[in-house]
Design a protein around this ligand. Structure first.
Ligand code: PYC
Length: 329
C-alpha cells in the first residue's frame, strides 16, 4: 500500500477538426489555485496561472498524460455574470491569447456538462469576449475578437530558404501568413510533407524573431501559416499552421482563419457576406465570413464541429516524479 497523497484534476477532452482540446473542469479540492484562478480579469488569471500554477498546464498536456499537439483550456468563472464562462487557453510551451478550435471544443463540452443548450453564449478570454453559437445540428459558430492585418508583404531572410515574404495579422494570436511566389521555395501543403512544412515554418518563425518582426503590441508573431491549393468541392484553400510549440494545428486554426479573413478583406478579395472555406492539412474545414468594422478591421465568424471524446480524473500522486508531467528540457 502506498502512503502517497493524491490530488485530482477533472478534465473533459474533445477534438475540433482533429485538434484536441482538454478542458480542465475541476481543480484539486482544497488547493488555493481554485480560488486564485476564479477572480480578476482573464489577463490577470492567465498571469497568475503562468507564474504560480503552471503545473496545471504541464500535468494536463505534457507526457505521460498529454502530448505536444494538445491544447488545454482552464474553465473559469466569468467576471461578467452575463457570460457563460471565462477561459484561459494553454499549450505545450505556454499560454495562448484566443483559440477558436478550443472555443468550439469548450462549447460542446459545456453542452455535454448540461451547462448550455443551443443558442448564443458569451465567453471571456484574455484577448476579449467571443460569442459562441451552438446550432441545433451540433455545429458551432464563434464570433471572434476584431481581427486585422498590420503589415503586408514583409520580407525576411530565412536560413536555408532565402527571402520569404508574408503578411502579419491578428486574429486573437499573431500570425505570419506566408506568400507563395516563384522566388521562395515554399513547401507544398500536402500531408506527405508535414516534416518539411514544420522545418520551413519553424525557420520562418525564428527569422521573424531575429529580424524583430512583431505584432503592433510588440509581442512575438509566433504562429506561421502556409497556404496551398484548394481541394475542389471541399475548400477555397488548404493550409498548414505551425503553433509556437513547433507542432502543427490539426484543425484549420480558427484564430489563423480569422487572420486570413482579415487579410483577404484588406486586399478586397472578401466582402461582408462572402463565405471562405479554409481546410486544414488534414482537410478538415472551418467556414468563415466577416462583418466589417472599418476599412481594415473585421469581426470574423468561424464555424466548425467538435466531438467530446473523453472524460477523466487525472491523479497527481506526490510520490510520482512525473506527477506534473515530464519537464521541458
Ligand atoms: O483554433 O485558434 C485556434 C488555435 C490556436 C492554436 C491552436 N488552435
Amino acid at each position: 500500500m502506498s502512503n502517497s497523497r493524491q490530488q485530482h484534476l477533472h478534465i473533459i477532452d474533445s477534438h475540433t477538426g482533429g485538434e484536441p482540446t482538454r478542458v480542465v473542469v475541476g481543480l484539486p479540492e482544497g488547493c488555493d489555485a481554485a480560488s486564485r484562478l476564479d477572480r480578476g480579469s482573464l489577463v490577470e488569471r492567465r498571469q497568475i496561472m503562468r507564474e504560480q500554477y503552471d503545473w496545471i498546464r504541464t500535468a494536463c498536456l505534457h507526457e505521460p498524460r498529454g502530448h505536444d499537439a494538445m491544447v488545454g483550456a482552464l474553465l473559469c468563472k466569468p467576471v461578467d455574470p452575463g457570460c457563460v464562462a471565462g477561459v484561459v487557453f494553454f499549450n505545450n510551451v505556454g499560454y495562448l491569447g484566443g483559440c477558436i478550435h478550443g472555443t468550439i471544443g469548450l462549447t460542446v463540452t459545456l453542452a455535454h456538462m448540461g451547462r448550455i443548450s443551443t443558442g448564443t453564449h458569451r465567453i471571456e478570454t484574455p484577448v476579449g469576449e467571443v460569442v459562441a453559437e451552438l446550432h441545433a445540428d451540433g455545429t458551432v459558430t464563434v464570433a471572434n475578437v476584431p481581427s486585422y492585418r498590420t503589415q503586408a508583404g514583409v520580407g525576411v531572410e530565412v536560413e536555408g530558404y532565402g527571402k520569404v515574404a508574408g503578411d502579419v495579422a491578428w486574429g486573437g494570436n499573431w500570425f505570419f501568413l506566408v506568400r507563395r511566389d516563384e522566388s521562395a521555395p515554399v513547401p507544398e501543403v500536402d500531408p506527405g510533407n508535414i516534416a518539411e512544412l514544420t522545418r520551413f515554418s519553424a525557420a520562418v518563425a525564428m527569422a521573424l524573431r531575429e529580424h524583430g518582426v512583431t505584432g503592433d503590441d510588440g509581442t512575438a508573431v509566433d504562429h506561421v501559416e502556409v497556404f496551398g491549393e484548394p481541394t475542389p468541392g471541399v475548400s477555397d484553400s488548404r493550409s498548414f499552421v505551425l503553433c509556437p510549440g513547433l507542432v502543427y494545428d490539426r484543425s484549420p486554426c480558427g484564430t489563423g482563419v480569422s487572420a486570413k479573413l482579415a487579410c483577404l478583406y484588406a486586399e478586397g478579395k472578401l466582402k461582408q457576406g462572402d463565405v471562405w472555406r479554409q481546410a486544414s492539412i488534414l482537410n478538415t474545414v472551418f467556414e468563415g465570413r466577416v462583418e466589417a468594422i472599418d476599412e481594415n478591421r473585421v469581426i470574423p465568424f468561424v464555424s466548425g464541429s467538435a466531438y467530446v471524446n473523453g472524460e477523466a480524473t487525472l491523479i497527481l500522486q506526490d510520490t510520482d516524479p512525473f506527477q506534473h508531467g515530464i519537464p521541458e528540457f
